[in-house]
Ligand binder design. Structure first.
Ligand SMILES: [Zn+2]
Ligand SMILES: [Zn+2]
Length: 363
């Protein structure tokens, strides 16, 4: 099969992934192999490639938002069958026995394993995954729509949970990348009002088009007090104004894997009245299942809209058409030129440009 392999850590602008032929992987006990139909790109892939995370294994096939169809079962598999459409996400293994795994918090497991980091990921024609960590993909989504949900979507969903947004409440979102534009759709579906602060004009326009009741450039301009807030931008200076805009008892979730230092807080102004701050770390499998189920019932929009395409609501018929068109599916990201169906981009056209594209045949 063909695969895009990282042999040495390097700046993304040097196009470090190499297209190679390698044997199709065999699923081990408890694993399934999927024939990959698409894989979205995540910022964490860039961290892996450029060595921002401690080097774990080389060579490695990155990519952890993988959608495909099961084509072989390893020994002992019981949950999935050949032909099932499934997704592979970042989390692909936990120890199952540490204090966190034993208390429903496997996102904090002491010994987690990640796709495209500890084991090969989805920039290839086939990938294997423990069946317990594969997600069934609801029919409501095309492959391409489903892929960005598997990381950007799941993290956004976990952040939304951690923000404790009450049904019908007001939510403030700071930063409007791929996670945020999945969150806004879920929040609106729950009957909530969404207020968005983001610096990019294009992102502000997109937030408005997607139904935000207010969109602004500066956190200090927030026009109302909100029940919940999520900061997706990696900017610690947003924390004080975001706390200030919370109602009594409100909760701020910090969704980033990285954030600059948070400035000093004033107790009365920022924290008193039982205002809460929750950080967000990875996700549990339950988060992923819940997201896919809720998104399937939320008339999902085209999840590629963060790359600059107009969002559109796909009805069931249109979605089926999209799936039927899958074999020839080609996407155009505005800054990246044509993108093959194998390597789709939710939000990082810059990385795609550096990556280049590689049409792959069937193995
Ligand atoms: Zn990711
Ligand atoms: Zn554990």
């Amino acid at each position: 099969m063909k695969a895009m392999v990282l042999e040495q850590l390097a700046d993304i602008h040097t196009s470090p992934l190499k297209l190679v032929d390698r044997p199709v992987p065999e699923p081990g006990p408890g694993e399934v192999r999927i024939r990959v139909s698409c894989c979205a790109i995540c910022r964490t892939d860039l961290h892996v490639i450029e060595g921002d995370l401690p080097q774990y294994r080389l060579p490695i096939v990155p990519g952890h938002q993988v959608v495909g169809v099961v084509d072989q079962l390893g020994g002992g598999c019981q949950r999935l069958r050949v032909g099932d459409r499934v997704g592979i996400a970042w989390l692909r293994g936990t120890c199952g026995t540490c204090a966190f795994c034993s208390s429903g918090r496997e996102n904090l497991c002491d010994h987690p394993r990640f796709t495209g980091y500890h084991a090969d990921g989805g920039y290839a024609e086939a990938a294997v995954v423990p069946e317990e960590f594969a997600y069934r993909i609801p029919d409501a989504f095309s492959d391409v729509q489903a892929a960005p949900l598997l990381c950007a979507g799941i993290i956004g969903y976990r952040a939304l949970k951690r923000s404790e947004l009450p049904s019908g409440g007001k939510l403030a979102i700071y930063g409007f990348g791929s996670s945020a534009h999945v969150v806004i759709q879920i929040a609106l579906h729950r009957g909530c009002e969404v207020y968005v602060v983001t610096r990019g004009e294009k992102h502000r326009r997109l937030a408005e088009e997607m139904g935000a009741v207010w969109v602004g450039e500066r956190a200090s301009d927030m026009p109302v007090r909100v029940d919940s807030a999520i900061i997706f931008a990696p900017a610690g200076e947003l924390v004080p104004p975001a706390l200030e805009s919370l109602r009594k008892g409100g909760t701020l979730a910090l969704a980033g894997i990285y954030m600059t230092d948070v400035p000093g807080l004033e107790y009365e102004k920022h924290l008193f009245y039982e205002r809460n701050v929750h950080s967000v770390t990875a996700n549990t499998r339950q988060d992923g299942r819940e997201l896919l189920e809720e998104a399937a019932h939320s008339a999902p929009r085209d999840t590629l809209s963060a790359s600059g395409r107009q969002p559109s609501v796909a009805g069931p018929e249109e979605r089926q058409n999209q799936r039927d068109r899958r074999p020839d599916h080609r996407l155009t990201a505005p800054h990246a030129g044509p993108v093959t169906r194998r390597f789709t981009c939710a939000a990082f056209p810059k990385s795609l440009r550096a990556w280049g594209t590689a049409p792959l045949g069937a193995y």
